[in-house]
Every structure is written in C-alpha cells, then in structure tokens.
Design a protein around this ligand. Structure first.
Ligand code: ADP
Length: 406
C-alpha cells in the first residue's frame, strides 16, 4: 500500500518537474528527439497555478511577452481585472510598476518598486519583479517573470499617525507658549507700570501655563500606558472606592457648574485586577467631561453595576451619563482619537487637551476592558467603562456603599 502511494507521489513529482523544466533528472531523453521534452501546455499551466496558488502573498506569473500566465486570489485583491492571457499592463497601470516589469524583462535582474493606489481605497504596496532562472532544458520558459506584492498600507498608516501626532502635539503646545511670550513682551513694554493690566495678564499667563502642564502630563500618561500596554495589571482594585474618590474630588467643579451628581453602586464589592491610579485617571476624565460639556443638563448620573458574562467572573459596567447637549452621531467613532474634539474652541476654553478619551481607551485596553459611547444630539451622552471582574479577595482597606451625592 505504502509502496503504491510512494509510486504515485513519485509519478506526480516527475510530472510536475517535467511540466516545469521539461526533463526529470536521471530520466533519459528519447533518442529521436533532439529538443527538450515539453509537457502539454495545460499540464504546465496547472503546475504554475498550483505553485502560485500556494504562495501566501499576492503573486502573478508572466510569460516573456508580459502576459499573465497565472495569479493567485491574493493578487486579484491587488488588481481585480487580472485575467490569464491578458497583457499584465492592462491590469497594472501604475507607471512605476510598468517600468519595473520592462526593466526586469530587459535586464533580467530583479526589480523592487513601491507604488500607491487610490482606487478603490488608498493603498501602498511594494512589488518585486523577479526574472525566473529556469534550467536550460526548459528554454521555452526561461524568461518568465514572477511578480510578488507586499501591502505596506498598515505601515504607512502608523507612520502617518506618528507624524500627525507630533504635528498636533507641537501645535497644541505652541499656542499657549505664543500667548505666554506675547504677555511677557507686553508686561516688559507697554504695560510695564499698569498694575491692573499686570494682574489681568498674569492670570491669563497662569491659565496658559496650566494648560501646557496639563498637556504634557496627559502626553506622558499616554506614553506610559502605551509602554505598559502588554503588561496585564494584577493588583485587586475595588471599583466602589475609585468612584467615591473621583466623585469627591470633583465635587468643587460640580458645585461650580451647578450640577447634581447622583451615584448608584451595588452593596457587594466589585473587584477588578488593575492599576488603581490609571483607573482613577480614566474615570475622572469621564466625570470631568460630563461636568464640563454636559453642565447645561444640571445632572450627572454615575452608575456601577455587575453584568454576567457567559464565561468568567462577569463584568463591571461603570457609566457616566449627562443630560447636556449630547454629541452628533458622526463624531462618536472618532472621539477616542488623540486631539479629536467636537468643538476645539469649547474644549480649549474648558482647559481640555483632546487627549482625555484617548487615555480612557488605552487604560481600558490595558485592563482587558472597553469603552462604549452612546449619545443623541440634544439628549446628553453616556460613557461606559466595561471591565472584566476578578473573583479573588477584596483589597483589605476598602469598604463599600451605595450613595447619592449632589
Ligand atoms: P478634551 O480634553 O477636549 O475634553 P477628550 O478626549 O476628553 O478631550 O474629549 C474629546 C471631545 O469629546 C471633547 O473635546 C468634547 O468635544 C467631546 N466630549 C467629551 N465628553 C463629552 C460629553 N459628555 N458631552 C459632550 N461632548 C463631549
């Protein structure tokens, strides 16, 4: 049985080899034929299809006239109009790629090019056009060209994000810095002996300096969280104590904005494995945003509940709901992008940096959780932190309670 199998396999291999190069090593060439044995065209095509089809990245095989001999499914995604027998230049019209095919065909040297496609969406590729060096016995296929592609789009996106981030951060810092320099000039010059102007300008300068400090603080927090993104926190943290600490800390702001904060929490402790400071920072951002942007609703509800999951210990849902102006639907998917703001002037006047929700998202990702945002324009907004619960023991020093604060 095994011998039969081996024979079949050997026959298949001989067939494939013959199809590719025309002659199997050790096999005698028929005396009558001076030319190398050429397999039937269909057998050759099947072999090419099998080899090209097995390649994981997009691959296209061309003959000496740069006509398409074979291509795989991944290549169709790069060039949907590919068809066997058609000139490759019908499907690949990018000038860089056309040149590379011509050069590889003429010089018989491998070529590498990068190119950009706009349709149907922006994509970047690198392509290798490699002349195939088949053994001499296969004279007829000696000048094939193999094209392979790598999709560079994700790399380009990351690079673009990095560049945008640096540009945004510099811009955000430059604005308050320019204001500070301007006021220093004024205080040294025209307003030198104007005590009232000095008081007024110093107050603005302090505001701008605070904004810069906050921005740098947020940037550092973000980069620290990102650096530790791969480390799962493993300290048990009780969520009720975090809610109390944050709400207590923001009561002066709530009073200042005349907003009533209602807190609802279950009596049993809800514990997550986490980094206490990061969770506080994330939750604080949500409550502060509700108090700043949703102040006109005069009410903010903070709710902590336990939700069952099919597997595991369940989840904690910690939500902050305000009754302010809400957020238009088109902004929702972008709110957690760095520096994205619905109204830049409004955010700045409130001391915002545009990094708060990006920070919340990163904190939650590190804790195996996620952020969901719901809002209807004119009816307020609700931000919910979902966190996987831990079943182990509660941290010693923390108690629990249900409360309502105004
Ligand atoms: P910022 O520092 O500007 O507050 P965030 O990342 O925390 O940055 O928030 C991004 C933007 O989302 C804010 O500038 C604001 O436009 C909008 N936003 C956040 N929370 C609310 C809310 N509760 N109601 C309305 N808009 C909000």
């Amino acid at each position: 049985m095994a011998v039969d199998k081996n024979r079949t396999l050997a026959a298949r291999l001989r067939f494939a080899w013959r199809a590719l190069v025309g002659q199997v090593p050790g096999e005698s060439v028929p005396a009558a034929s001076a030319a190398p044995v050429s397999p039937p065209v269909s057998a050759r095509a099947e072999t090419f299809d099998a080899l090209i089809g097995a390649m994981p990245s997009p691959a296209v095989l061309l003959d000496r006239e740069a006509r398409v001999l074979s291509f795989n499914a991944a290549a169709s995604a790069v060039a949907p109009s590919l068809r066997k027998g058609d000139p490759a230049l019908l499907s690949f019209r990018t000038p860089e790629l056309v040149d590379a095919i011509r050069r590889a065909s003429k010089k018989r040297e491998p070529q590498r090019v990068e190119f950009f496609e706009r349709v149907p969406v922006d994509r970047w590729f690198e392509a290798f056009v490699t002349p195939l060096q088949l053994p001499a016995a296969a004279q007829r296929q000696a000048d094939l060209l193999l094209m392979t592609f790598n999709d560079l789009t994700p790399l380009h996106r990351v690079e673009q994000m990095r560049a945008d981030f640096i540009a945004n951060a510099s811009h955000e810092l430059r604005t308050p810095l320019a204001a500070l320099v301007g006021f220093i000039d004024t205080l040294q010059g025209p307003a030198k002996s104007d005590a009232a102007a000095r008081e007024k300008f110093l107050a603005i300068m302090q505001q701008q300096a605070t904004r810069m400090a906050r921005l740098i603080d947020d940037l550092l927090s973000l980069s620290r969280i990102e650096l530790n993104a791969h480390l799962q926190p493993n300290t048990p943290v009780e969520l009720q104590s975090i809610v109390r600490q944050v709400v207590d800390g923001l009561m002066p702001l709530a009073r200042d904005r005349e907003v009533a904060v209602n807190v609802n929490m279950p009596p049993e402790p809800l514990i997550v494995l986490g980094e206490r400071d990061e969770l506080i920072r994330g939750f604080e951002n949500l409550v502060e945003n509700a108090l700043k942007y949703g102040a006109s609703g005069k009410r903010v509800d903070v709710t902590l509940v336990r939700a069952n999951t099919r597997t595991g210990a369940g989840e904690a849902y910690l939500s902050v709901r305000d009754f302010g102006p809400g957020i238009a639907r088109e902004h929702l998917p972008r709110l957690t992008e760095r520096f994205y703001r619905v109204d830049v002037a409004d955010s700045r006047s409130q001391g915002g940096t545009g990094l708060g929700l990006a920070l919340v998202k990163h904190v939650l990702a590190r804790h195996g959780g996620r952020l969901s945002i719901e809002s209807t324009l004119g009816q307020g907004a609700s931000f919910t932190m979902q966190l996987p619960l831990h079943t182990g023991s509660a941290p010693a020093e923390q108690g629990t309670s249900a409360s309502s604060m105004t």
